[in-house]
Design a protein around this ligand. Structure first.
Ligand SMILES: *Cc1c(COP(=O)(O)O)cnc(C)c1O
Length: 253
């Protein structure tokens, strides 16, 4: 059983990540910094026990991310988490199938879905919100496949404008927060900036031009344990960090 301590391992690692984030944020150019005063940390808890979530929450963390629908549903409805973490904000960061939409949008304290990657999915989530959440709007990110790998989810960079246009014009119950990418895991920073992040920045510029939006109103969710500082330096507003805070995950079979 995981020990719950106010100043345990999780709290220490969380503090470390937040410090690294501040340092990276302060190293940004004024133009980049002007778009986002303080990048947000999403603590990714997939495969991790609820005791770790409760400890991170007690240490001040509010935004949490999960990949798998059933795990998000279980943790989101957990009685202990609901009692001890009343202000928790859940991010769905994994691939979403249309037949699971209802389960996800009914999770208490769902903050956003970061993985809208097709017109069909946007339409279905929009209808689901209308049907099950009434007049509410749900925050979403459009997920972009910036590395052109067939096996990765996300809309192609060439079709981002079209998908964003669909969300803005036809999805009254969706609130576009920004763009999200996972990107290649193995980029070597000694070879220069991560091209996936550069591509997401270009997508934002193009979305802003096509749809008359201000860059500061289109967030970028990019950066994970191995590259969140670099991501912040180049303009990430939302980093998703798991293993650096909660330890390595067992490989899913
Ligand atoms: C697992 C996961 C993360 C966190 O990865 P770490 O390398 O453990 O920080 C971030 N984003 C997504 C989409 C993930 O699936």
């Amino acid at each position: 059983m995981w020990r719950t301590m106010v100043d345990g391992e999780v709290a220490k690692a969380l503090k470390y990540v937040l410090e690294c984030m501040s340092t990276a944020a302060m190293a940004r150019t004024p133009n980049v910094a002007a778009l986002c005063p303080q990048p947000r940390l999403v603590a990714v808890t997939k495969t991790k026990p609820k005791e770790m979530i409760i400890e991170a929450y007690a240490a001040g963390q509010r935004h949490f991310g999960e990949n798998y629908v059933q795990e998000l549903v279980d943790k989101g409805n957990d009685a202990q988490i609901l009692t001890l973490c009343p202000d928790i904000k859940w991010h769905m960061i994994g691939h979403l199938q249309t037949n699971k939409i209802k389960k996800v949008i009914e999770v208490p304290n769902l903050f956003c879905i970061e993985t809208i990657d097709s017109i069909k999915l946007a339409t279905a989530v929009n209808s689901g919100v209308e049907k099950y959440l009434g007049n509410k709007k749900l925050k979403i990110y459009v997920q972009v496949n910036t590395s052109d790998e067939q096996n990765k989810s996300g809309v192609d960079a060439d079709h981002v404008n079209e998908l964003v246009g669909h969300v803005l014009q036809n999805c009254a119950h969706l609130d576009l927060v920004g763009l999200m990418t996972i990107g290649a895991f193995d980029h070597d920073l000694s070879e220069g900036p991560n091209p996936d992040f550069q591509k997401l920045l270009k997508c934002r510029a193009s979305v802003c031009e096509s749809h008359c939006l201000e860059p500061k109103d289109v967030e970028l969710s990019m950066g994970m344990s191995n590259d969140f500082e670099h991501a912040i330096l180049v303009g990430s507003t939302n980093v998703r960090v798991g293993s650096t805070i909660f330890g390595a995950r067992a490989i899913k079979k």
